[in-house]
Design a protein around this ligand. Structure first.
Ligand code: ZN
Length: 294
């Protein structure tokens, strides 16, 4: 499996991809570049949706438009007017360098997103939140350093989560009806299995296997979360592979984001694909992207 270049863009910090099955497009973001992009399959000329400062992720919203995480809050993004409307109170405003990072919706339409310490020193001063229709933003985990990952098993009984510097993929028992998570445990351990880089964004396939992007490892790996066994490795021609998402007509194409940020200009010159959006035939169907119901 060799990833192909999907887009002509080379971005600072590509992240937060989501597939809109109705429109058959992929939304993805450049966090530090402050932009939401839309990709149409087989067209490398991705379009700018809107400039949004420090936008961590973009997810489709039931009823139209997108929901995005930006700096200290979650917002609705109207695709016609391009207006940003707050969905929540601002959080962590006493920590100016904290910002929202990756986010995703669960099968019930709740929007889960976490924050990170934006300083290079990276301390566990972020948190993980969930927003449910008609409710206030709820903090579900504290002491998070770089909030990432997220995915749900096909039977909706397990939720996956990644705090990247822990080098672990966690699983929780998950209750679809209430959104409650409990019984955190490790299902993949990058240190123990001697993996390169840190786990970043992830996706779940229809067989219940998980796909994890390696930040600093230039690859996406497929794992059995029940056994912790590595099943497959896709080498990505960009060291900072950051996230992945299933898309395409049959949900069997895996889109992979990457980042140029922090890489020496000499290395960038030698690796012109750094910061690209990639796509690869996964050989298995993925689970659909869930939209925000709120
Ligand atoms: Zn990420």
């Amino acid at each position: 499996m060799i990833p192909e270049i999907a887009s002509n863009l080379r971005v600072e910090l590509g992240e937060g991809p989501s597939w809109d099955a109705e429109k058959k497009v992929l939304y993805w973001v450049d966090i530090t570049g402050g932009a939401v992009y839309v990709h149409t399959p087989n067209d490398p000329n991705d379009k700018l949706v809107q400039r949004v400062k420090d936008v961590g992720c973009a997810v489709p919203r039931k009823g139209g438009g997108l929901a995005v995480a930006s700096q200290h809050g979650l917002y609705g993004l109207d695709l016609e007017t391009k207006a940003l409307t707050p969905l929540t109170e601002q959080v962590e405003t006493d920590r100016a360098e904290n910002r929202f990072n990756d986010g995703k919706c669960d099968p019930a339409g709740r929007f889960w997103a976490g924050t990170m310490d934006g300083r290079p020193t990276r301390s566990p001063i972020g948190a993980f939140y969930v927003l449910e229709k008609g409710r206030k933003l709820k903090k579900v985990l504290s002491d998070i350093t770089v909030s990432n990952g997220m995915g749900w098993s096909p039977d909706n009984k397990t939720m996956y989560y990644i705090d990247s510097p822990t080098r672990k993929v966690s699983a929780f028992d998950y209750a679809l009806s209430t959104g409650e998570i409990k019984n955190r445990r490790t299902v993949v351990d990058f240190a123990q299995t001697q993996q390169q880089g840190n786990p970043d964004g992830m996706a779940v396939d229809a067989e219940g296997m998980i796909w994890v992007a390696h930040w600093g490892g230039g690859r996406v790996t497929r794992w059995n979360p029940s056994t912790g066994k590595l099943l497959d490795t896709i080498i990505v021609p960009a060291d900072q592979s950051s996230s992945c998402c299933f898309g395409g007509d049959n949900l069997d194409e895996l889109y992979i984001t990457s980042a140029r940020k922090g890489i020496d200009p000499k290395i960038l010159a030698a690796k012109p694909l750094t910061g690209a959006l990639f796509v690869v035939k996964a050989g298995v169907r993925g689970l659909p992207t869930n939209a925000f119901d709120g």
